[in-house]
Write a protein that binds this ligand. Structure first.
Ligand SMILES: Cc1cc2nc3c(=O)[nH]c(=O)nc-3n(C[C@H](O)[C@H](O)[C@H](O)COP(=O)(O)OP(=O)(O)OC[C@H]3O[C@@H](n4cnc5c(N)ncnc54)[C@H](O)[C@@H]3O)c2cc1C
Length: 462
């Protein structure tokens, strides 16, 4: 059966549902299709469950450190994984139900469950229904994409999705990949009591960050007893007596890392290969991402791609921002562009890293003459009072134009404090404006003006 709508949305990730709401409020009829779990990655297998688990891991860590704060706990700290999982599932489940309920009660919105695939540039098939619309929005997200390493198919490896089903702590978790998914799971499971080894082929963790930030992250993790193997390229897997062995090419350390469980945290792939994009004429790049312009329009007029599947971001906030751009251009007569946004993200190890804009290395690669302010968290009063002094904060500005180029706050509250810099960057404020702002004491943010008063050239000269 064929039904015509004003708009069809494929996927209920971080862009599809708010877009459905806006289109509905504008009086349009909408069909929205979900083939698996409402809310997509963030809600079910990404941000929400992992940050709920990070909170459990933090509680365990603080309980272990209770005596440092003058608090006596009788008995040892024991992590009850089934309860950690139940708490996580409840938080994630409430969010999933919230998305589904909102969509099912939305005026002029019809929800379809099942796999959607294009039949033409204006038609999407879901089971035996055909949905017709002049505007189609793709929000299909992505999934874990372990590389096809020999032997991987013969071990029961884990991904971010199956990690969330564990209801016991693995004795020894080997994690392949030293970026945000691997590090967040690594630290939380270490705190739950697992032995953890992180295998990273690059020379440092979170290779996109400046070296001092990567080194501080490395210190935080190894300080908790995580074994970090750098310059170690995983080449194949074997299995012996129920244990998985990751074989690595390395110049130092053992060439075999043996663990009870393996988590592959090596990157993600867009869910675009089974979407019938060829039938619609929508172009993909060689990694499967849908090609979009600055307004997130695909190669076919009337079809947009939002969220992780367009390769222009890999975060909940970038997907939601895609929705805002598309909705504003379509409904408000705006001319918003994806290039207007400033890169920003947080890494939710403890303490977290909040990052806005460019690193020092990025800025210098772009030919900027930079000034840099850096301060260890041991010199941040709020961190000292909380007994959480790991990490550092740094800010980089353009020496000539006084533009704030970027900042990293790796420290307690860094995920929140970074926003004072991010917002000043959006306001295009020259750094002296932020330097003269009076911030509240005691906070991490109060040191941002101080940092700007202590700027130096990267070689240390003033
Ligand atoms: C472990 C982990 C932790 C993360 N933590 C963070 C974090 O802390 N902060 C952050 O900003 N980001 C985080 N992310 C990234 C974040 O989850 C994603 O960037 C975010 O969910 C955006 O996804 P999306 O909107 O592109 O689509 P998704 O959320 O992936 O949703 C796509 C939806 O489309 C559906 N779908 C796919 N194909 C079809 C089809 N053909 N027919 C019908 N439906 C279809 C899928 O079932 C899915 O529900 C994390 C990711 C992971 C894996």
């Amino acid at each position: 059966m064929s039904t015509t709508y004003d708009a069809v949305i494929i996927g209920t990730g971080q862009a599809g549902p708010p877009l459905a709401k806006r289109l509905s409020a504008a009086g349009m009829s909408i069909a929205i299709v979900e083939r698996h779990l409402f809310g997509g990655t963030c809600v079910n297998t990404g941000c929400i469950p992992t940050k709920a688990m990070v909170a459990s891991a933090y509680a365990a860590q603080m309980a272990r450190r209770a005596a440092d704060f003058g608090v006596a706990l009788d008995g040892s700290v024991r992590v009850d994984m089934p309860r950690v999982k139940a708490r996580t599932d409840a938080i994630s489940g409430r969010s999933r139900a919230g998305v589904e309920t909102m969509l099912r009660h939305l005026d002029r919105c019809t929800v379809y469950t099942g796999h959607a695939a294009f039949r033409s540039a204006h038609e999407v098939a879901v089971a035996d229904s055909v949905l017709r619309a002049d505007r189609i929005f793709i929000n299909v997200g992505g999934r874990a994409a372990p590389p096809p390493l020999p032997g991987l198919d013969r071990i029961p490896y884990l991904t971010n999705t199956s990690m969330l089903r564990l209801d016991a702590v693995p004795p020894h978790l080997v994690i392949v990949g030293g970026s945000y998914v691997g590090l967040e799971f690594g630290q939380m499971f270490r705190r739950f009591g697992a032995q953890v080894t992180i295998v990273e082929m690059g020379p440092r963790l979170v290779g996109g960050e400046d070296e001092d930030v990567s080194a501080a992250i490395h210190d935080i993790l190894t300080g908790e007893g995580i074994d970090v193997r750098l310059n170690a390229r995983c080449t194949r897997f074997t299995e012996r007596s129920g244990r998985a062995i990751a074989h690595v090419e390395c110049s130092a350390g053992s060439p075999a890392v043996d663990g009870s469980h393996v988590l592959m945290a090596t990157g993600r792939r867009p869910n675009t290969e089974d979407l019938g994009l060829d039938a619609a004429g929508v172009a993909r790049d060689d990694r499967g991402y849908i090609v979009v312009n600055e307004r997130l329009e695909t190669s076919v007029p009337g079809i947009w791609a939002l969220g992780d599947c367009n390769g222009r971001g890999a975060f909940t906030h970038t997907s939601y921002n895609d929705f805002e751009i598309v909705a504003a251009n379509l409904l408000d007569g705006a001319s918003r562009s994806v290039s207007d946004r400033i890169p920003a993200y947080a890494l939710y190890i403890d303490p977290p890293l909040g990052r806005a804009g460019l690193t020092v290395s990025d800025a210098r690669r772009r030919g900027r003459s930079v000034l840099v302010g850096t301060r260890p968290m041991t010199r941040v009063s709020r961190a000292v009072e909380k007994g959480e002094t790991s990490g550092l904060m740094k800010i980089v500005v353009d020496a000539a134009s006084q533009e704030i180029l970027g900042a990293a706050i790796l420290g307690t509250g860094g995920d929140e404090a970074i926003h004072c810099v991010l917002d000043a960057m959006y306001a295009k404020a020259a750094y002296p404006i932020l330097q003269r702002a009076m911030h509240i004491h005691p906070t991490v943010s109060e040191l941002v003006p101080t940092l700007l008063g202590e700027l130096k050239r990267p070689d240390g000269s003033t």
